[in-house]
Design a protein around this ligand. Structure first.
Ligand code: ADP
Length: 396
C-alpha cells in the first residue's frame, strides 16, 4: 500500500491531493493560499471534514512542511515514510519534455529555464519540486507537463507564419496547455464509446475559467486552441483568446493603456473575455444569470463565448476530417447544460444532437440522441489522478 501526492504549485498557492495507490483512492486534499503573504490559509479536507488554519507561511518549503505535518496531525498518515511518490504539475515543458519525467539530473534546472515560456508558473512549480526534494529526498518525484500531450502536433499545426528565426531563436510556436486534461478525457471517452482510442477522432473541449479545445486523433493531440501561451484560442473567463495581432500596435499608438508589456498582458489576460465584454463577471454562472435578467452586455458575452467554441469545433472537424465524438469537461463543460445545448444545437448539421433528457445538470457520459452520428459526451476531468498515475508508472 503506497501513498502518492499530486501537487499543483502556483506562485502563492499550493494545491495537493493524497492518493492511496494503486487503488486510486483519494485520502485527503487541500490548498495552501497566500504563501509569502501575511495570514496564509491552509485547508485540509478528509473523511468529510474540512479543517482550516491561518498562519504565516513564508515560502513553498514551509508550505510543504505544514502540509506534511497536517497529514500526521489529522492521522491521515502515521509517518512520512508512507508517502512513496510525489507528482508535480508543471505548466511549460517546451519542446524538451515530451512526457512525464522523473526528477533527477538537471530536470529542476530545465524546468526553471523553461520559465521563459511561463514566467508566472514554472518558477513556482520548481519551488514546489525543490521543497519536496528537501523534505522527502528519497521518494520518487515526477514532473507532469501541461504541454507534453501536445508535443505530438505536426509542425504545420504548431508553427506560426512568422519569419523562421522567431521559432529557431526565440522558440515562438504553439505549445498548448491543459494537456493532462485533454489526454485523460480522451482516454475516458474511448471507454464510454466502447472503442479503442487508437481508432477514434475526438474533439475535447476543456471549458473552465481557462478554456482550450483539442483535436485528438488515435489518442494523440494533432492541434489545440491555446498557443504560445494560454492566451490563445477561444474566448475565456478573463482572456481574449485569438484576436487580430494588429490590434496591439494600434492600441499602443492610440491609447495610454497599452504602453507597457505588463499592462498589455494584464488587459489581455485578466480584464478581457467574459469579464471584459459583460463588464460584470468572469464567472459563467453570473453571466448567464445577468443574461436571463435581460442584460445586453452579458448576452453578447455569452453569445460570443459560444460562437468561439463552435468555430473551433468546426476547425477541428476539418483538421480531423470528421469526428466520432465531442467531449465537454471542466467547470463550464461539466456543469453548464445551457452552454452545451447552445454550442451543439448551433452545429447540428455536422451530425451531433443533444438529447434534452440526457443533457441535465450532473449528467456524465453520452448525452446524445440515439440517431446522432457524432456523439457528445460529458466527462469530468481529473488532472490530479493523471499525475498520481504517472508517478505510479514511473516508480522504480
Ligand atoms: P479553472 O480554470 O479555474 O480550474 P473551472 O474548471 O473550475 O476553472 O471552471 C470555472 C467556471 O465554471 C466558472 O466560469 C464557473 O462559472 C463555471 N461553472 C461552474 N458551475 C457552473 C454551472 N452550474 N453552470 C455554469 N457554469 C458553471
Amino acid at each position: 500500500m503506497t501513498k502518492t501526492i499530486a501537487i499543483n504549485a502556483g506562485s502563492s498557492s499550493l494545491k495537493w491531493q493524497l492518493y492511496q495507490m494503486p487503488e486510486e483512492k483519494v485520502l485527503a486534499k487541500g490548498l495552501i493560499e497566500r504563501i509569502g503573504l501575511k495570514d496564509s490559509i491552509s485547508t485540509v479536507k478528509f473523511d468529510g471534514r474540512s479543517e482550516q488554519q491561518v498562519l504565516d507561511i513564508d515560502n513553498h518549503t514551509l508550505a510543504v512542511k505544514i502540509l506534511l505535518d497536517d497529514l500526521i496531525r489529522f492521522d491521515i498518515i502515521k509517518s512520512y515514510d508512507e508517502i512513496t511518490g510525489v507528482g508535480h504539475r508543471v505548466v511549460a515543458g517546451g519542446e524538451y519534455f515530451k512526457e512525464s519525467t522523473v526528477v533527477e539530473g538537471d530536470v529542476i534546472e530545465k524546468v526553471e529555464e523553461l520559465g521563459l515560456l511561463a514566467p508566472l508558473h514554472n518558477p513556482a512549480n520548481a519551488a514546489g519540486i525543490r521543497a519536496f526534494k528537501e523534505l522527502l529526498p528519497d521518494i520518487t518525484s515526477v514532473v507532469v507537463f501541461d504541454t507534453s500531450f501536445h508535443t505530438s502536433m505536426p509542425e504545420k499545426a504548431y508553427r506560426y507564419p512568422l519569419p523562421t528565426k522567431y521559432y529557431t531563436e526565440n522558440k515562438v510556436r504553439k505549445y498548448g496547455a491543459h494537456g493532462t486534461s485533454h489526454q485523460y478525457v480522451a482516454q475516458e471517452a474511448a471507454k464510454v464509446l466502447g472503442r479503442p482510442l487508437e481508432e477514434l477522432k475526438l474533439i475535447t473541449c476543456h471549458i473552465g475559467n481557462g478554456a482550450s479545445i483539442t483535436a485528438v486523433k488515435g489518442g494523440k493531440s494533432v492541434d489545440t486552441s491555446m498557443g504560445f501561451t494560454p492566451l490563445g484560442g477561444v474566448m475565456m473567463g478573463t482572456r481574449t483568446g485569438d484576436i487580430d495581432p494588429a490590434i496591439i500596435p494600434y492600441l499602443m499608438q492610440y491609447t495610454e493603456d497599452f504602453n507597457k508589456p505588463e499592462d498589455i498582458s494584464r488587459i489581455l489576460n485578466r480584464e478581457s473575455g467574459l469579464m471584459g465584454v459583460s463588464g460584470k463577471s468572469s464567472d459563467m454562472r453570473d453571466v448567464i444569470a445577468a443574461m436571463e435578467a435581460g442584460d445586453h452586455d452579458a448576452t453578447l458575452a455569452y453569445e460570443m463565448y459560444v460562437d468561439r467554441i463552435q468555430k473551433h469545433i468546426g476547425q477541428y472537424l476539418a483538421v480531423l476530417n470528421g469526428a466520432d465524438a465531442i467531449i465537454f469537461t471542466a467547470g463550464i463543460g461539466e456543469n453548464s447544460v445551457h452552454v452545451r445545448d447552445a454550442v451543439i444545437s448551433g452545429i447540428s448539421w455536422f451530425g451531433c444532437d443533444v438529447d434534452p433528457e440526457k443533457n441535465v445538470f450532473g449528467a456524465t457520459g453520452d448525452i446524445s440522441t440515439d440517431a446522432a452520428s457524432v456523439r457528445v459526451l460529458v466527462i469530468p476531468t481529473d488532472e490530479e489522478l493523471v499525475i498520481a498515475r504517472d508517478v505510479e508508472r514511473l516508480k522504480k
